[in-house]
Design a protein around this ligand. Structure first.
Ligand code: ASP
Length: 302
C-alpha cells in the first residue's frame, strides 16, 4: 500500500500577512509525518508527529499559540484515533502541557480509558513524566492582544461570528504501508470561550475519526456546529456508502452548512489512499503528499 498523509492548520479567514507562516508550518508538519510513513512507520505515529510539530509552532491555535479563554487562561483539547482497532485517546480542557496530542496518545497506549479531562488529564501527564508548564509558556503576544480586544467587546458571546475570527486548530490524517489509517486533531479551542468549554476537537467522530474500513478525517471550524453533525463520522460514513474521498468531504461540509449553518473544514484520507479536503470558510491551510511523494502546502481560497 502506498502511504500518504494530509494535514491542516485551520479553516477561517487567514490574514494575508500570515499566509507564509501557515504554509511553512503545515509543510513542516507534513514533512515530519511523511518521513515516518516513507520509512514504513505507522499512520498513528505519523499523525501524532505531524500534529506535535504544529503544536510547537506559535502560528497555530494548538499547544504554543493557543487562544486564551475568557479568564485569560489556556485550556486545550486533542484526540488521536487508530483506524485498525478503533481505539482512541482524547484530552479535554487540559492545562499546562506542551503537547496535548502526545498525552492523547499515552491514553491509547497506557490506559483503559478514552477521554481524560481537566486536572485529571494534567495529573496523568505528570505521572507519565511529561513536562508541565505554565500557561505563560504557551501564550503568545498575538493572543494576549486578541484577549484584550475581546474584553472590550461587550456581550462577546452573543455576537460570536465564526467566519472572521482567526483560528488555527491543527490536524492530520494518514494511511501507512500496512493500509492502516489514523487521524489526530489538537486545538486551544475558540477565543474567549468560557472556562470548561469543550469543542468538537476531542469528541470522537466530530473532531476526528479513523476506521480502516473507510478512512480517516480531522475537522476544524465552529465546534458547537461541527459536533451537531458529527462531521468526521459523517464524512467517513459517506465513504462507506460509495462516495469517493472528495465527494465525501464535500458532502459532510454541505450537511454542516445546510443543517446547522456551520462553518469549517475537514481533511480526509480514504483507506485506499485518496486524499481530499473541503471547507466553506474563506480559507483553509492544508499540506499533503502528492502522487510523486512531494509535499504540497497551500492556503486554499487565496
Ligand atoms: N473546532 C475548534 C473548536 O471549536 C476550533 C477551530 O477549529 O478553529 O474548539
Amino acid at each position: 500500500m502506498k502511504p500518504t498523509l494530509i494535514v491542516h492548520g485551520g479553516a477561517w479567514r487567514i490574514a494575508e500577512e500570515t499566509h507564509p507562516d501557515h504554509i511553512y508550518g503545515t509543510r513542516a508538519a507534513a514533512e515530519a509525518g511523511w518521513q515516518i510513513l516513507r520509512q514504513g512507520g505507522s499512520a498513528l505515529d505519523a499523525v501524532e508527529k505531524a500534529v506535535s510539530v504544529m503544536e510547537d509552532d506559535p502560528t497555530f491555535d494548538a499547544g504554543i499559540g493557543s487562544v486564551l479563554n475568557s479568564e485569560g487562561d489556556i485550556e486545550m483539547d486533542a484526540i488521536i484515533m487508530d483506524g485498525r482497532t478503533l481505539e482512541l485517546g482524547a484530552v479535554a480542557a487540559v492545562r499546562g502541557i506542551m503537547h496535548p496530542i502526545q498525552l492523547a496518545r499515552l491514553i491509547v497506549e497506557d490506559t483503559e480509558h478514552s477521554l481524560l479531562v481537566g486536572e485529571g488529564a494534567r495529573r496523568f501527564a505528570e505521572r507519565k513524566g511529561m513536562r508541565l508548564c505554565a500557561a505563560a509558556e504557551l501564550t503568545v503576544g498575538r493572543e494576549v492582544e486578541r484577549f484584550r480586544r475581546l474584553q472590550q467587546t461587550p456581550d462577546y458571546h452573543m455576537v460570536v461570528d465564526f467566519t472572521p475570527d482567526p483560528k488555527g486548530t491543527v490536524g492530520a490524517a494518514a494511511v501507512d504501508m500496512q493500509g492502516n489509517v489514523a487521524a489526530a486533531t489538537s486545538t486551544g479551542g475558540t477565543a474567549f470561550k468560557l472556562p470548561g468549554r469543550v469543542g468538537d476537537s476531542p469528541l470522537v467522530g466530530s473532531g476526528a475519526y479513523a476506521d480502516n474500513l473507510t478512512g480517516a478525517a480531522s475537522a476544524t471550524g465552529h465546534g458547537e456546529k461541527i459536533m451537531r453533525v458529527v462531521l468526521c463520522k459523517t464524512a467517513t460514513d459517506a465513504l462507506a456508502h460509495g462516495m469517493n474521498a472528495q465527494q465525501a468531504a464535500d458532502y459532510a461540509i454541505k450537511v454542516m452548512q445546510d443543517r446547522v449553518g456551520g462553518y469549517g473544514g475537514l481533511i480526509l484520507v480514504d483507506h485506499q489512499g485518496q486524499i481530499a479536503f473541503s471547507y466553506n470558510t474563506p480559507h483553509m491551510a492544508v499540506a499533503w503528499v502528492d502522487d510523486q511523494g512531494e509535499i504540497q502546502a497551500r492556503i486554499q481560497g487565496e
